[in-house]
Design a protein around this ligand. Sequence first.
Ligand code: TTP
Ligand code: MG
Length: 398
Amino acid sequence: MTPRSSWMHLDLDAFFASVEQKLNPSLIGKPILVGRVDPQGRSVPRGVIATCSYEARVFGCHSGMPLFQALKLCPQAIVVGGHYEEYIKASREVFSICARYAPKIQQIGIDEAFLDFSNTDLIYPSLVDIAKKIQKEIKNEVGITASIGIAASQVVAKVASDFKKPVGLTYVEKGREKIFLSPLPIKDLPGIGVKMEIYFHNLGIKTLGQLASLSRSMIEKFGRVPINLWEAANGIDTLWFEPRSGAKSVSRSETFEKNSNDLKFILAKLQALSEEVGSELRFNGYFGRCVYVTIRYNNFKTFSRQRVLPYPTAITREVYGLGETLLKELWDGYTPLRLVGIGISGFGENTQASLFNTVREKRLELEKRIDGLRERFGQSALVPASVLFLAKRKGAGG
Ligand code: TTP
Ligand code: MG
């Protein structure tokens, strides 16, 4: 039997927004923006939205758009706060459903994964049927929807999952890749970013078909254009998605409701953000070495500082510990801040470099157990004392 590669790419639809709709069914069918709300439930017109429901996309709203702009486009939209722990829980449930069928899963983000069905023709004569089953089980058991693309290569499967959203299912037969890609705008190909899109548009190249029809030597002359993007447009499979290459860093930041120069408040925010960063690290099995902190003053001037840990970590306490040091070095201590953020990059193996390994391993295990408890009983089940202080102040800055 000749080896046969078959990939499914699954991407959840309007993921955070769908989870919010599931948690509060009165939001179903309505335009919602996942942004921030104050303790009275009023929307906070600062910061950007993480995502929005498809009902809001009709008005032109999209991920990463400033909240005030999204509200201008769609004034009737309902703004809901993010429940990060619920997203992680839903994501785990989704990928455990995928694992019922897919022999191998390569997760590349919180809401997307490649399912490797290569050489499974004998057990699964129809991958379309399997994809339908997966979609149905996700809908029934998790209460949200997914779009799926099926193709012989990862890149085409990924483009296919995005082809008809939401609740899309697109199968691109082997040999028909080029025909499928041809009419699509070049930005639909992963790897073609905004800059390259402008570059091609200036040359009059708008579709993947136009890109594919250029000669190899012409592409080579462009120099700046990776040849494997042109090959992908031609249906030649040379693009490969490294497992977990989706994330080069994990970070969280928050714009305060009111600017604050209260160190206790700012550190409590930093701790809460570190908890989210740590939990995402552990969820994805990442270990990072380089911690960075960002602050933004009320005049929008933004500063960052980073430092490398002696060993890669996924321990919240270590991320926060270095973060606190960096924040104190970075901030002048009196000018009010508008935003604080923390992140970690430099992912590598969980090397056993320290003499205090067993202590660190135990701490990691403890934090993983806390993740599990939070997943079952909610984020507030176990809250560090400093973050509890935030709850008492109802999230307001000083
Ligand atoms: P995406 O899959 O890019 O978006 P989506 O699932 O909301 O919508 P689509 O139906 O087009 O797939 O991202 C998954 C989640 O990641 C998204 O729900 C929110 C979060 N996210 C951010 O927090 N910031 C961002 O800029 C983006 C793009 C996503
Ligand atoms: Mg998605």
